[in-house]
Design a protein around this ligand. Structure first.
Ligand code: HPA
Length: 236
């Protein structure tokens, strides 16, 4: 097959039906090196690293999405539409809006709320809350229970903005929209999945709190994220 504009794979068999997508391509590399055997690098266009390997006998692809809805919008669309990927599980970080969620807590998105025009512009989908796939979520919840890892389910906020003037914004979104936490990708991922009749889920680890101002370092994040990765891998 002809590669897509952003992914250089010419053989669909190099990809698994389920793809794990961290935002950071180096985290994709870390996951492949830590958890997979027989690893093959499948993408390096724009350094958006992707790898396919084996986890407990199953073929698994892990590839970076980049930051923000435009970026995950491109990669997830190409994986679903041109490479026949069925399931994408985003494994990312988020900022907590909830006073009861602390750094390193794990969240499963029931749905993503966004003020983004991504879904409207791309597919004329006018809802501002888009659901994750219920089947994938049920599997992830069951897996977390088996692994005895606590997972908090709820609505998350997919934002286009990381730095903003209005510092009260977090409290307002928590109160008005009931969003537990903020990240920047899931709304576009869910829109693509809904449009293309595929499945998407999003597991997040809290990396900072917009309420308590608690933060983590990049190094701590890398290792603390392992429990989220284990839930995702064991769910496949
Ligand atoms: N804002 C948006 N996305 C994020 C954050 C945040 O504070 N933390 C991790 N991802």
């Amino acid at each position: 097959m002809i590669p897509t504009p952003h992914i250089e794979i010419t053989n669909k068999d190099l990809l698994s039906k389920t793809v794990l997508m961290p935002g950071d391509p180096l985290r994709a590399k870390h996951i492949a090196e830590t958890y997979l055997t027989d690893v093959v690098k499948i993408n390096s266009v724009r350094n958006m690293l992707g790898y396919t390997g084996c986890y407990k006998g199953k073929k698994v692809t892990v590839m970076g999405s980049g930051m923000g809805m435009p970026s995950i919008g491109i990669y997830s669309y190409e994986l679903y539409k041109f490479y026949d990927v069925e399931n994408i599980i985003r494994v990312g970080s988020c900022g907590s809006y909830s006073p009861t969620l602390s750094v390193y807590d794990v969240i499963l998105a029931d749905a993503a709320y966004s003020e983004s025009t991504f879904a409207k512009n791309a597919f004329n989908i006018s809802e501002d809350v888009l659901d994750a796939n219920k089947e994938l979520n049920a599997k992830i919840i069951e897996t977390a229970r088996k692994l005895k890892i606590e997972i908090h389910c709820g609505l998350i906020h997919s934002s286009d903005v990381f730095y903003r003037d209005n510092i009260e914004f977090a409290k307002e979104i928590f109160k008005d929209k009931k969003c537990l936490a903020v990240e920047m990708e899931s709304f576009a991922l869910f829109a693509n999945a809904i449009k293309l009749n595929k499945k998407a889920a999003c597991i997040l680890t809290v990396s900072d709190s917009l309420i308590t101002k608690e933060v983590t370092s990049a190094i701590e994040r890398q290792t603390a994220f392992n429990k989220m990765i284990e839930i995702a891998l064991e769910s496949i």
